[in-house]
Ligand binder design. Structure first.
Ligand SMILES: NC(=O)c1ccc[n+]([C@@H]2O[C@H](COP(=O)([O-])OP(=O)(O)OC[C@H]3O[C@@H](n4cnc5c(N)ncnc54)[C@H](OP(=O)(O)O)[C@@H]3O)[C@@H](O)[C@H]2O)c1
Length: 259
């Protein structure tokens, strides 16, 4: 056997993520909350983190349903001290991580010229510095290698008006991820990005169900906004051995809008 060849997974096991330990940031709402449920349903052990995860009623219900396989942790991804403290708790509870989903994020819509430096910094600290701080801490408890999945946005490629800080942060996540992919390859930690278009969540539900929503939806080739579950296939793919030779890439999930 050459060093390049390895045992092929069977068709039954190629998407298997049973028993993987997964950290989901931004777990208290929207995409993150959905992913916690989806991953637990597929047999993962899940850490759900956000600034208010331990106070979240939705996560409390999940905790009751999957007791022993779920842990809620308060973590502010923009604060190194908060991230490091949360990782102590995660290490005590599960010992290691296999998959990290850097999903926590915020938008704070405002045209660039009207933004204060503090408003700008808050978005960048959450959406770009957050994935850096979490990935940096996670590597310390991924001794078996694993997969880091970054939730960016089509804002990484397209100039959505009023979202300069958001677009810039998500474009930054792309290059952070490519660099991490190369730096962490020797440890067999793969780093990939998902770039969703419009997903119906509390972040944008009001905006998309208002008068602005219809013309936006009409421009989407698949003629609908995504639901959080539209990300499931990509998450399972990047978390499983189906993507074992894929790192430093970005998958756009936008119903064809950027095409
Ligand atoms: N919805 C979309 O159309 C869409 C499209 C493309 C990409 N995305 C991306 O998908 C991700 C999730 O968005 P969503 O739509 O599900 O938004 P959401 O419903 O508003 O949820 C955001 C989550 O992030 C957490 N969060 C915010 N700031 C945080 C911080 N400093 N530290 C830790 N957690 C923090 C929030 O929890 P706490 O308040 O408890 O901290 C919440 O759980 C974001 O990165 C977003 O940019 C969304």
């Amino acid at each position: 056997m050459t060093t390049e060849s390895k045992q092929s997974p069977t068709p039954e096991s190629i998407f298997d993520i049973d028993n993987k330990v997964v950290l989901v940031t931004g777990a208290s709402s929207g995409i993150g909350l959905h992913l916690c449920q989806m991953l637990l349903g597929r047999g993962c052990r899940v850490v759900g983190a956000s600034r208010t995860a331990c106070e979240s009623d939705a996560l409390r219900i999940i905790d009751k349903q999957y007791s022993g396989n779920f842990l809620a942790v308060n973590m502010d991804v923009s604060s190194a001290a908060s991230v490091d403290a949360a990782f102590d708790t995660i290490a005590d509870a599960f010992g290691h991580l296999d998959v990290v989903i850097n999903n926590a994020g915020m938008a704070a819509p405002k045209r660039a010229v009207n933004m204060t430096p503090v408003e700008w910094a808050t978005v960048i600290d959450t959406n770009l510095t957050g994935p850096f701080l979490v990935s940096r801490a996670a590597v310390g408890i991924m001794p078996n290698g694993g997969s880091i999945i970054q939730i960016a946005s089509t804002g990484a490629f397209k100039a959505y008006v009023g979202l300069s800080a958001y677009n810039s942060s998500k474009a930054g996540v792309l290059m952070l991820s490519q660099t991490l992919a190369v730096e962490l390859a020797p440890q067999n930690i793969r780093v990939n990005v998902l770039a969703p278009g419009y997903v119906i969540t509390p972040m944008n539900d009001e905006f998309l169900s208002g008068p602005q929503g219809e013309p936006i939806r009409n421009k989407i080739p698949l003629k609908r906004f995504a639901q959080p579950s539209d990300l499931d296939g990509a998450i399972v793919f990047f978390a499983s051995s189906a993507s074992s030779y894929i790192t430093g890439t970005c998958l756009v999930i936008d119903g064809g809008t950027l095409a």
